[in-house]
Design a protein around this ligand. Structure first.
Ligand SMILES: Nc1nc2c(ncn2[C@@H]2O[C@H](COP(=O)(O)OP(=O)(O)OP(=O)(O)O)[C@@H](O)[C@H]2O)c(=O)[nH]1
Ligand SMILES: [Mg+2]
Length: 527
C-alpha cells in the first residue's frame, strides 16, 4: 500500500468567538417636568428617568422658593397676560381697537415664535425624539488629585461632549477647587448660591455634576436649587446615553439593570416630603412608601438578572458551537471615539455605525479579516471606555467585556491626535485591569495619524516605542498593522504537526485559514 500527502507544521489557536450583534429596540422613558414654558413639554426627555420620573411626578411638591420663581417665570413667558393687564389699564385712558389689534397680533406672533423655538428643541437621536434640555455643568477639582488624571477643564469638556451626545444643550459650566468634595452638597454653600443665580439667569433646566453624587448629596442639592431644576450626575448621564444607544436585547437589559442599581440607593430623595408630613411619627408615610418602592425595585432587579443570565447562557451556547472553527480572535479596545468601529469597517467591509460621538458602539460586533497571506482572524469591536466609568455599568457589561479576555490578542487603539491621548491610555488600562484582562497579549496602535500636526514626527516617536501608526480613515499603515497582528498571533498559537493525505487536500485550505503554516513537506512512502 502506498500513502502520500503533506507533512505540515503549523500554529493554530482554539479560542471562543464573541457574538455578532443583532438589532432590537431598547426601552426609553420620558421625563415630565414642565415649567417656565409657553407650551406643555409632554414629550420632554431628560437624563434621570424611569422610576425617578414617575415617583418625582407623583410625590414632589414644588418648594416655596420654586413656586415664587415659577410665578415670575409664568409672568415672563405669559407675556400676553401681563399685557392684557396693562391693556386693561390703558382702557381707562381709552386705547382704540386699532391700537389693540397690532398688539394682539404681536402677541400671537410671539407665541408662535416661542412654540417654534420649543419644537426646534426636539431632536431625533438614534431614531428617538429627545428634548434638548438647557444644561449647566459643575465640577470639583480635588487638590490631592495626581498629575496623571484629567484636569478639571478637560473633564468638564468631556462632560460637555457626553451631554451633547445625550442631546442636551450646554449653556455653561463652572468648577470649584476643594481638598475633597463636600459630603453634603459636593460643592460649598457659596458655590451653590452662585450656581443658583447662574442657572436662573441662563434659564437652565438641568444641572449635571461631573462626579457620581451620593443619595444625600442629590437630596441636598435638589433642595438647594428648588424643584424646578433637575440635578443629576455624570453616571446618570452616561447611563442615559447607554440607554439611548442600546440596540440589542442583552445591551438593553444590561443598561436597565445598571440604571435600577443606580436608582435603588437614591430613591429616598423622592419621598422625604411624605416623611415631613408624617409629623414626627415613628414610621412616616414616606418611610413606608420607600420601603415598598425599594422592595419593588429589588424584585425587578432580580428578575432582570435572571433574564440576563438566560440570554447570556444562550449566547454562550452559540459561542461554544462556533469554537469548533478555531480562528483566532482579535479584540479592539480603546477610549470611546478612538476609531475602533472605523477600523473594523475598513478591515472587514462591515457597516458598523462610526461617528464623532461618544459611545457610538455598545454591542460587540465580530467580522472575519482575510490577510494577504491567506490567514484569517476574527476582529471584534466593542464598547469604548471612558474615565470615571460608572462601576455599575462596568459590572453590568462585565459579561460582554469579559469576552475580550478570551481573545488571542487585544489591539488597544489610541486616538493619538487627541490632546489627552496619554490620559485616555491610562483610563483604558485602568478598566482592563479592573476587568482582569490586562494579561492578554496587547498591541498598542496609534490611530488618526492623519489628524496630527506632524505625522512624520509622531511616526518616528511611535517607531522608537515599537508602536504602529495608522489612519483607519484613509487606510494608512493597515498592512503594517495586519503583519504586526499576524506576528503577535504567532506568539499565542500552539505548534501542531499533522499528516494530510493527498486525497484530503481540502483540509490544507482550512489549515491555511486558521493557522500559520510554517513548513510543508511532500511525503511519499509505504508498500
Ligand atoms: N481623522 C481621522 N478620523 C478618524 C479616524 N478613525 C476614525 N475617525 C473618526 O473618529 C470618529 C469616531 O470613530 P468611531 O469609529 O465611531 O470610534 P469608536 O472608537 O468606535 O467610538 P465608540 O464606538 O464611541 O467607542 C468618527 O467621526 C470617525 O470618522 C482616522 O484615522 N482619522
Ligand atoms: Mg464604535
Amino acid at each position: 500500500m502506498r500513502a502520500a500527502g503533506f507533512s505540515l507544521s503549523f500554529t493554530a489557536a482554539s479560542l471562543p468567538l464573541p457574538s455578532t450583534s443583532t438589532a432590537a429596540s431598547s426601552p426609553r422613558c420620558q421625563s415630565h417636568v414642565s415649567f417656565r414654558c409657553s407650551q406643555p413639554r409632554q414629550r420632554r426627555s431628560g437624563v434621570v428617568r424611569a422610576l425617578d420620573e414617575r415617583l418625582l411626578a407623583a410625590a414632589t411638591p414644588a418648594p416655596a422658593e420654586t413656586e415664587a420663581e415659577d410665578e415670575s417665570g409664568v409672568g415672563e413667558i405669559e407675556d400676553g397676560g401681563e399685557r392684557e393687564g396693562r391693556d386693561g389699564e390703558a382702557d381707562i385712558v381709552g386705547p382704540s381697537e386699532a391700537q389693540e389689534q397690532p398688539k394682539s397680533r404681536r402677541r400671537q406672533q410671539q407665541e408662535e415664535e416661542d412654540a417654534a423655538a420649543e419644537r426646534a428643541r426636539f431632536k431625533l437621536i438614534n431614531g428617538k425624539e429627545i428634548f434638548q434640555e438647557k444644561t449647566y455643568l459643575v465640577g470639583v477639582e480635588c487638590k490631592r488629585a495626581t498629575g496623571d488624571n484629567f484636569s478639571i477643564e478637560e473633564s468638564l469638556k468631556e462632560l460637555e461632549q457626553l451631554a451633547d451626545t445625550a442631546g442636551l444643550m450646554v449653556l455653561g459650566s463652572t468648577y470649584q477647587k476643594l481638598s475633597s468634595p463636600n459630603p453634603r452638597t459636593y460643592i460649598g454653600s457659596g458655590k451653590v448660591a452662585e450656581i443658583r443665580s447662574a442657572v436662573q439667569a441662563l434659564d437652565a433646566e438641568t444641572i449635571i455634576f461631573d462626579d457620581e453624587l451620593s443619595a444625600g448629596q442629590l437630596r441636598n442639592l435638589d433642595k438647594s436649587f428648588g424643584g424646578g431644576v433637575r440635578v443629576c450626575d455624570r453616571t446618570a448621564l452616561i447611563l442615559d446615553i447607554f440607554n439611548q444607544r442600546a440596540a440589542t436585547h442583552e445591551a438593553a437589559l444590561q443598561v436597565t439593570l445598571a440604571q435600577m442599581e443606580y436608582q435603588l440607593p437614591r430613591l429616598t430623595k423622592l419621598w422625604t416630603h411624605l416623611e415631613r408630613q408624617s409629623g414626627g411619627q415613628v414610621k412616616g408615610m414616606g418611610e413606608k412608601q420607600i420601603e415598598v418602592d425599594k422592595r419593588i425595585l429589588r424584585t425587578q432587579i432580580s428578575t432582570l438578572r435572571k433574564e440576563l443570565e438566560s440570554v447570556r447562557k444562550h449566547r454562550k451556547l452559540y459561542r461554544n458551537r462556533r469554537q469548533s472553527v478555531p480562528i483566532p480572535v482579535v479584540s479592539l479596545v480603546g477610549y470611546t471615539n478612538a476609531g475602533k468601529s472605523t477600523l473594523l469597517n475598513r478591515l472587514t467591509g462591515a457597516d458598523v455605525l462610526a461617528e464623532d460621538k461618544l459611545f457610538a458602539t455598545l454591542d460587540p460586533t465580530t467580522r472575519r479579516v482575510l490577510m494577504k497571506s491567506g490567514t484569517e482572524f476574527l476582529l471584534t469591536d466593542t464598547v469604548g471606555f471612558i474615565q470615571k466609568l460608572p462601576t455599575m455599568l462596568v459590572a453590568a457589561f462585565r459579561a460582554t467585556l469579559e469576552e475580550i479576555s478570551e481573545s488571542s490578542i487585544i489591539v488597544h487603539l489610541v486616538d493619538i491626535s487627541h490632546q489627552l491621548a496619554q490620559q485616555q491610555i491610562g483610563a483604558v488600562d485602568k478598566v482592563l485591569k479592573e476587568l482582569d484582562i490586562d494579561s492578554v497579549p496587547k498591541l498598542v496602535v496609534w490611530n488618526k495619524i492623519d489628524n496630527t500636526d506632524n505625522p512624520l514626527r509622531v511616526k518616528e516617536e511611535a517607531a522608537k516605542q515599537g508602536i504602529i501608526c495608522i489612519s483607519a480613515m484613509n487606510g494608512d499603515g493597515l498592512e503594517e498593522l495586519c503583519n504586526a497582528i499576524q506576528a503577535k498571533l504567532k506568539d499565542s498559537l500552539v505548534l501542531i504537526e499533522a499528516f494530510v493525505p493527498y486525497n484530503k487536500g481540502d483540509l490544507l485550505n482550512d489549515i491555511h485559514k486558521v493557522g500559520i503554516v510554517e513548513r510543508t513537506v511532500s511525503v511519499l512512502f509505504g508498500y
